[in-house]
Design a protein around this ligand. Structure first.
Ligand code: ZN
Ligand code: ZN
Length: 136
């Protein structure tokens, strides 16, 4: 999302955009996004700063740290950024900040559900799907 401060009207402006995960460079070795990220921005300008009120919605694919199954974590984040601007600032590129805010939401210890039973340490069976024969 690129914003040209000189083009922001006095009364502010509202923008919404779908980003492909590729455009925001979101996919890493661990973090996967398979659906577009939706971003809405309310933009306002005062003499020497531009303020963005952002709404971000995304579906993050996480690997459960217990059973190693992939699950989707819906993400909805509201935040505010202010950028100082003077005449030398032609354009503000929000993408790196949006990217960072989304990546920050990745859980330290993702769990597909609070009571995930994980894998059997002996045979590796996913215990959410049923007991294995080595229990007891
Ligand atoms: Zn799990
Ligand atoms: Zn087992």
């Amino acid at each position: 999302m690129k914003i040209y401060p000189a083009q922001i009207p006095r009364e502010g402006v509202s923008l919404a955009e779908d980003f492909t995960p590729e455009k925001l460079d979101l996919n890493t070795e661990i973090i996967k996004f398979r659906e577009p990220v939706w971003v809405k921005a309310e933009i306002s300008k005062i003499t020497n700063a531009v303020t963005f009120d952002l709404d971000i919605e995304a579906s993050m694919c996480c690997l459960c740290s217990r059973c190693l199954e992939e699950f989707t974590l819906p993400l909805h984040k509201r935040l505010r950024f202010s950028y100082p601007v003077d005449r030398s600032v032609q354009v503000i590129d929000l993408d790196p900040d949006i990217r960072e805010e989304i990546i920050l939401e990745y859980p330290v210890k993702p769990l597909c559900r609070a009571d995930c039973h994980g894998l059997c340490v002996k045979c590796g069976q996913n215990l959410n799907l049923g007991k294995c024969s080595c229990s007891n």
